[in-house]
Design a binder for this molecule. Structure first.
Ligand SMILES: NC(=O)c1ccc[n+]([C@@H]2O[C@H](COP(=O)([O-])OP(=O)(O)OC[C@H]3O[C@@H](n4cnc5c(N)ncnc54)[C@H](OP(=O)(O)O)[C@@H]3O)[C@@H](O)[C@H]2O)c1
Length: 235
């Protein structure tokens, strides 16, 4: 953080994929700890409901952003800076999955998934790194257990391996800037990611607490990766 150390209430936590699941749970945790939050996703109505839940416009900002669109990402970073004047944490979390099996999914869905999970995350980094360098802030990316081990026939697993590489590439790129980089690698988590609720899964708040653990470390400590499975998950 800058020398004129800001209070927690001044710090700003930006989250993509904040309209549900892990992103929304992290927004709730961050607000509970006093952060101001910037919530990004395509579903503006859901984001606006979350802003109200989190105390209104003084503490939270909803920004419609399709992470695949560079203009949206630039608008997101600009809107955060215009409203709150700084960005201290960026959680590049937007993403989705698809069926396993290289013949199971459509080429169009693959394209959307690769663009969202990989290109979209890279655009979030690109749009926010200047602000993070200014605050000596913290960048987090949601990879997955599927980004650490290949799953059979899973294009999703391929996208998350790319996100894992992106986190380490960004960490090395930002070394010396004071910006910390953390990969969050959840196992099965009960969110709308799944059409049917999974059994014995993590809850979204379990992952949110891992995010808050990483960001609560002192500035000289960079938690590089958190791989977190439900106790019942074997693979
Ligand atoms: N659930 C799991 O078991 C699990 C495990 C490991 C990793 N993950 C990862 O965790 C992250 C969050 O997923 P979740 O489980 O919390 O699922 P979720 O509840 O479905 O949340 C996904 C979020 O991503 C947003 N999103 C999707 N496409 C987007 C786009 N083009 N632009 C902007 N936002 C977009 C969605 O919002 P809109 O639809 O409103 O845009 C939503 O807020 C994802 O990266 C996922 O791959 C999940």
């Amino acid at each position: 953080m800058n020398n004129d150390t800001p209070s927690r209430e001044e710090l700003v936590f930006l989250i993509t994929g904040a309209s549900s699941g892990i992103g929304a749970a992290t927004a709730r945790r961050a607000r509970a700890e006093g952060w101001r939050v910037v919530l990004a996703a395509r579903s503006l109505d859901r984001l606006q409901r979350l802003v109200e839940e989190l105390g209104g416009a003084e503490h939270a900002l909803a920004v419609r952003c399709d992470v695949c669109e560079w203009a949206d990402q630039q608008h997101l970073a600009g809107a955060a800076l215009e409203r709150f004047g700084r960005i201290d944490v960026v959680f590049a979390n937007a993403g989705f999955g698809g069926p396993r099996g290289f013949l199971a999914d459509t080429p169009e869905h693959w394209r959307e998934m690769v663009l969202t999970n990989v290109y979209g995350a890279a655009l979030t980094l690109r749009a926010t790194i200047p602000a993070l360098k200014h605050t000596r802030g913290h960048l987090l990316l949601t990879s997955s257990v599927a980004g650490r081990r290949a799953l059979p026939g899973s294009m999703y697993s391929c996208t998350k391996h790319a996100v894992t590489a992106m986190g380490e590439a960004a960490r090395q790129d930002l070394n010396g800037s004071g910006v910390r980089v953390t990969l969050i690698e959840p196992g099965m988590t009960d969110t709308p990611f799944f059409d049917e609720p999974p059994q014995d899964a993590l809850q979204d708040d379990d992952v949110a607490r891992a995010v808050m653990y990483a960001v609560s470390q002192p500035p000289h400590v960079d938690i590089n990766e958190i791989l977190i499975r439900p106790t019942a998950q074997a693979g």
